[in-house]
Design a protein around this ligand. Structure first.
Ligand code: GAL
Length: 557
């Protein structure tokens, strides 16, 4: 679990809006303009062994994939993790409970190394400038026991009973990323939120002991809605959480399952299940699963749609295909610069669906940071799930931009489509998608209502343990809130977000480094149609009765 906090004083901070509600920086217009956006950690990019190698992963495969990540140029585009999934460990431990791995599967890679030491492969991956990921299960035995894909069932392939020992071991070996699966947890009927909190604490402890951070990936397929607790479980955080099952079972060349095919419908289903915009903020991400792009089963058009969907969701881009066999077309899709920039945008937000479906293409919009003109910037995905061509019209008002002129650009083809007034109209081919970048002016109207939270006492409202805004109105069901705060501490502050009495997520306010304020943008689900909503932020933990940082928040409605 990590918070690699970045500061970035970009100049695009003038306004934040959509469509009618704002939490902005400060008590007056000029101060509000002065607070820069925090630049949050982007979703991870890398490769995982599971989809193309199943549990046959070994040192040779990991070395070849790491080399391919460099040789293909993918690393230059930001791909960095080589993630070793199930099958690396067969469940053996020594008398002291330490994990023991097969010496042939993980040999020495240099004359001064010992076989059977996982730090050998980590050193190799690091020597290429890449990062290394490892895998375990929250239960006593993992998926390789409960549902082995290739090979016999392997007992005791989970970390339960050894959390502190195993995560310390992973950090000592030098791993940078750990994915924790749920096959054992599920079979034992464990509570995911409790179990992953315990794991998060073990990870935190391992980080404190070694000084080495472990990116924490929860993989419980969306059970018990991890997006409602992932960003802050009992005061500790996970970085990403899976929102659904696997898109595809592994397709391993020269194996009994080489005939499997990735399914386009499965990929679309995972995209839909991964949309929880209220939980995706300040560096925490919904994970719709590794990509199947480049694996057998999808056409070029379907691969293109897949790439655009993951990018507009700001999803982790973990490639499941064999990197040594990518054809030039697939490689070009995976490294499309402008589409990657949409995925990696420093506001770290997810797309929301604003229109379409039957007689017109779906319109998905993601608010982006940074423009060249100090204006509002949006990534817009037009998705056509039908076989027939469909029209799409994007009105500036629907995507939170002022009426008037905006620049329209095709992100996939990198072509300017000119200036357009008030709206843009196009046709999307059957089974295809279009990704646009639209630069216009943020909507910004109406008077302020300022609310200040500082120290223990809430200056607006009576409840001392919660910050409450009633009567928040929005034209649409989804709204972006911009919150300015300062957190000079070393840890993120975790606040629960409730809308109309319903818990939406935990919002994490990362360290700002200094007492200076930074702004983060989060998405919330409200009753639209300008109905009155109550928005409440309260300390995430019941025992945390006061806020020990200063938050200054104002709302415009
Ligand atoms: C699943 C998980 C996959 C892969 C597999 C290994 O539970 O969703 O991504 O890790 O286990 O068995």
């Amino acid at each position: 679990m990590t918070y690699r906090y970045m500061t970035n004083n970009r100049m695009n901070l003038k306004k934040a809006a959509f469509p009618a509600v704002f939490l902005v920086a400060s008590l007056c217009w000029s101060q509000q303009h002065a607070v820069p956006d925090a630049s949050v950690p982007p979703p991870p990019m890398g490769w995982s062994s599971w989809n193309s190698f199943s549990n046959r992963i070994d040192s040779q495969i990991a070395v070849a994939q790491a080399k391919a990540m460099i040789d293909s140029g993918m690393a230059r585009h930001g791909y960095q993790y080589i993630n070793i999934d199930e099958g690396w460990w067969l469940g053996a431990r020594d008398e002291a409970g330490n994990i023991v791995v097969d010496k042939k599967q993980w040999p020495a890679l240099t004359p001064d190394e010992q076989p059977g030491d996982m730090s050998n492969i980590v050193k190799y991956i690091h020597s290429l400038g890449l990062k290394a990921g490892i895998y375990t299960d929250a239960g006593e035995s993992g998926c390789s026991f409960y549902g082995p894909d290739l090979g016999p069932p392997m007992r005791h392939t989970g970390s339960e009973g050894h959390y502190e020992q195993d995560f310390l071991q992973f950090a000592k070996w030098g791993f940078d990323y750990v994915k924790v699966d749920w096959c054992g947890g599920n079979s034992e009927n464990l509570d995911p939120a409790l179990q992953y909190a315990e794991i998060a604490r073990a990870i935190k402890k391992a980080e404190q002991i070694t000084g080495h951070t472990l990116y924490f990936s929860i993989c419980n397929w969306g059970k018990d809605s991890p997006w409602t607790w992932g960003p802050g479980i009992r005061g500790v955080t996970a970085d990403i959480w899976r929102t659904s099952g696997d898109i595809v079972a592994p397709i391993v060349a020269d194996s009994p399952n080489s005939g499997r095919r990735a399914s386009y419908t499965g990929m679309l289903g995972n995209f839909d299940k991964g949309i929880h915009p209220e939980a995706q903020h300040t560096g925490f991400y919904n994970d719709p699963d590794m990509m199947v792009l480049g694996m057998p089963g999808l056409t070029d058009a379907q691969n293109r749609v897949h790439m655009m969907l993951w990018a507009i969701s700001g999803a982790p881009l973990i490639v499941g295909a064999d990197l040594t066999k990518l054809d030039p077309q697939t490689l070009a899709m995976l490294t499309n610069k402008e589409v990657l920039a949409v995925d990696q945008d420093p506001l770290g937000l997810q797309a929301i669906k604003i229109a379409g479906g039957d007689s017109s293409a779906e319109i998905w919009v993601k608010k982006l940071a940074g423009t060249t003109k100090d204006t509002g910037r949006r990534a817009v995905l037009l998705l056509n799930r039908s076989k027939n061509d469909l029209p799409a019209t994007i009105s500036w008002s629907e995507i939170g931009l002022k009426a008037g002129t905006a620049d329209v650009h095709d992100a996939w083809t990198s072509k300017d489509l000119g200036q357009h007034i008030n709206s843009y109209q196009t046709t999307v081919a059957g089974g295809d998608a279009v990704m646009l970048i639209i630069d216009g002016d943020e909507t910004w109207e109406g008077p302020y209502r300022a609310v200040e939270i500082s120290g223990k006492e809430f200056k607006d409202g009576t409840n001392k343990s919660a910050w409450r805004l009633s009567d928040v109105k929005s034209a649409s069901n989804n709204t972006w809130l911009r919150i300015a705060y300062s957190n000079p501490g070393a840890e993120a502050d975790l606040m629960e977000l409730r809308i109309n009495g319903e818990r939406q997520s935990i919002i994490s306010f990362p360290p700002t480094g200094t007492a200076d304020k930074k702004a983060v943008t989060v998405e919330v689900r409200l009753k639209g149609g300008n109905a009155a909503n109550e928005v409440v932020f309260s300390p995430a933990e019941p025992e945390q009765t006061t806020l020990d940082r200063a938050y200054i928040i104002s709302i415009k409605q």
